[in-house]
Design a protein around this ligand. Sequence first.
Ligand code: ADP
Length: 414
Amino acid sequence: VLTFGGALICLVLLGLRAIDPLLLRESVAMLILATIFVMAGIRATALVLEEQETLSRTQAHAKILERQVEQQQAAVDALADGLDIAIFLCDARAVVQYANSTARRMFKFSDPTGRPVLAVTLAYDLERLVLQTVQTGLPQTAELPFAYPEERVGIAKAWLEPEGDGRIFLAIHEITDLRRLERVRQDFVANVSHELRTPLTVIRAMAETLKDEERPDEEMHDRYLGKIVDEVDRLSLIANDLLILSAAESNPVRKQACDVADMFRGVVDQLQPAAQEKGLQLLFQGADSCIAEANPAQLSQVAWNLVDNAVKYTFEGGVRVILECNDEAVQVQVQDTGIGIASEHLPRIFERFYRVDKARSRATGGTGLGLSIVKHIVEAHGGTVEVSSALNEGSTFSVTLPRGRARLLELSEA
Ligand code: ADP
């Protein structure tokens, strides 16, 4: 604008002066000046246009880069959120700057940003781990217990952000289930050894007494031998149940269409003599037939363990097996009027070797594995088993199993 303005003024002055021939020299000078102004103006305009183009090109490039950074950030966030590991990014004072969704879920904290790690996790050891990393500059790892919001165990690792300004990455991998399984396995081994040692000790003691006795009387001889046979039978029962349990655990369920009603009715028939001997009424009620996709041998085992228990732990009244069959599932209830189970024992009776009354279970030939076998088999079939019981009033065990494709087979045959 300045350039063209200057050129215009020069031209006007030139026009005015051209009227006077004496001023011709100045007029020519003016003309040259005006031309210089015009040329400079054109050049300046070209430069400005060029600059504008470069600017808009740079802006477009910056936008692309910005979008790429945003995409990269979103990908990193999605990756961090998709991991089953809790991840925090903290500053050098252990204040959280970022937490992935697993971390927020794990500590039930919707937005931990800006809060100290200690306030978010209530774990002193975790904060110490972060501060140690800040002090030493070296990665730190530790297995830590967490009490909030529930009892957990995790492996925590803290390390410095590479080329960062002292920020710390903190990752927590939860291993609660792993540690629980390890404990169950250790308890199981300890329980098995104990269960085997008890009859073995009895057998050894009896056999040694018989051996040491120079002339054992016949009654003692028979009694001791009888006891030895009982204990050997007991060992066989335990070995048998352990084999059933381990087969159920290690092999995938081989299913076929089978009649669940037939199976439970069969078990009721087989246990009728035992029930009658105790003066108990043992009944089967419900659908005549209910086809489901299941493993027949395993399902018979479930039926046997539940009905046998009901008969074993009932001394008055009776046992009823009620079967209901609907389109999707089959539900069997084994109800008894027996000794019942006190509420404090209910959560544990499906554990291996758990018995409410060891002596009574032993006396009835129980191994303490029956219900854990039931639970394992039923759950491997995609079903559930529940118990409701009241002390001295009786118990009801309910098994629900999906009928699977057997139902479709039934429909297509109809
Ligand atoms: P067991 O071989 O001792 O019967 P189970 O695993 O079958 O072992 O059952 C575990 C414990 O649950 C039993 O020892 C018993 O105390 C209790 N229990 C199981 N079924 C019944 C029942 N129908 N009535 C009362 N108590 C039962």
